[in-house]
Design a protein around this ligand. Structure first.
Ligand code: NI
Length: 393
């Protein structure tokens, strides 16, 4: 049986891929600068005998053909970039680069996809269809490596009908995985606002246009975008996170700069939200005599997990790990550039448990002490191979 074969190979190769992860972890590279990581992935695919091409400079796309290669085309995706964080773990494979760390587990994602690739290639006379292996750069930084890979044709020739991606979950115990269908993660757009007034002596406010007062009103006014316009059942967030301007007690400054984030799970509401932010901000600032410069930096779209694909994948995961080890993922207002794929083809973004309380492995992602319980690697490589080969979609 395919499942037993995959489990056997995942067990056999677990140590090899733990070492692959150690190499990646010790050698992190920032978004869009993943040159050595890309070379390493290429060398591994060469070693396994899997053909590949380069996309978006540091992205790598491999192809494995099973029996009846045209029957279905499934994509498996991993992100490969690291974060600008200095690692504080005391481990033999600690990041060799101060200020750089695989603190979001993308080293684990890359490892799982490489492991799945080796297994799927070895068993390619035992499953049907074609698997597209997508190693993408730049998940952590706008515009998102996924968008560049798509521009470079990653979803064409051949076009996959479904895509799987996994993310480590530091709150889920090793041995478990979790799924959720529908809207699972938010879009994230950045707000950059300059409120311009007219500076002058603080003792003569009547001769000035005070941008501090205007910006303060603006922050309050923007809260009505969500509280008075959005359906309460529709998750969304608007936060102003930075207020910069002014220098001293007796001067009214010329301008104030605000920054913030706007997150949504519904693409239609997201666009309406942009319109409301623009209108309310412009009208308010102008009504108080100021001028406004407003830029909405469009970030990743929300992650939408196709219902049918997720329910099939979840059933397959239950067969692989047992029903007790497959849980429901919580919704999050965090963003993931997997959203770009999931807006175009059926997507399933699932979670791999990596927490182990006894071993003290509980730190969250994007922290300097993040790490995983490496027993999760065997499950990660096997599950990805199993989903890619067994799910019919
Ligand atoms: Ni991540």
């Amino acid at each position: 049986m395919l499942k037993e074969e995959i489990k056997r190979l995942a067990k056999q190769y677990a140590q090899e891929f733990i070492e692959v992860r150690h190499y990646l972890h010790a050698n992190p590279e920032l978004s869009y600068e993943e040159y050595e990581t890309s070379k390493f992935i290429q060398s591994k695919l060469k070693e396994f005998g899997i053909p590949f091409e380069i996309k978006a400079t540091t992205g790598v796309v491999g192809i494995i053909k099973g029996i009846n290669a045209d029957k279905k085309i499934i994509a498996l995706r991993a992100d490969i970039d690291a974060l600008p964080i200095t690692e504080e773990n005391d481990i033999p494979y600690k990041s060799g680069k101060p200020g750089l760390m695989h603190a979001c587990g993308h080293d684990v994602h890359t490892t799982c996809l490489l492991g799945a690739a080796k297994i799927l290639n070895e068993l390619k006379d035992k499953w049907e269809g074609t698997i597209k292996l997508i190693f993408q750069p730049g998940e952590e930084k706008n515009p998102g490596g996924a968008s560049l890979m798509i521009k470079d044709g990653v979803l064409e020739n051949p076009k996959p009908s479904a895509i799987f991606g996994l993310h480590v979950h530091p709150g889920l115990p090793t041995g478990k995985t979790s799924f959720r269908e529908g809207k699972v993660m938010a879009s994230a757009d950045e707000l950059y606002i300059t409120v311009k007034g007219k500076g002058g002596h603080a003792a003569s406010p009547h001769l000035c246009i005070d941008p501090i007062l205007i910006a303060s009103h603006l922050i309050i006014a923007l809260q009505q975008v969500v509280s008075r316009n959005n359906n309460p059942y529709n998750p969304t967030v608007l936060s102003i996170t930075s207020f910069q301007g002014g220098t001293t007690t007796n001067v009214i400054p010329n301008e104030i700069k605000l920054k913030g984030t706007f997150r949504a799970m519904d693409e239609e509401w997201r666009l309406k939200g942009h319109e409301l932010i623009r209108r309310i901000a412009t009208d308010l600032v102008e009504s108080m005599g100021g001028e406004i410069d407003l830029h909405i930096d469009i970030g990743y779209p929300s992650v939408y997990n196709n219902e049918k694909l997720n329910s099939i994948a979840r059933q397959q995961a239950e067969k692989y790990l047992g029903k007790d080890n497959v849980e429901e993922t919580e919704k999050r207002m965090g963003a993931e550039d997997f959203g770009y794929y999931s807006q175009l083809i059926a997507g399933c973004f699932y979670r791999l448990g990596v927490m182990n309380k006894e071993k003290g492995i509980t730190a969250g992602v994007h922290t300097p002490t993040f790490n995983i319980d490496e027993n999760a690697i065997e499950i990660g490589i096997g599950m990805m191979a199993w989903l890619g080969s067994s799910v019919e979609f």
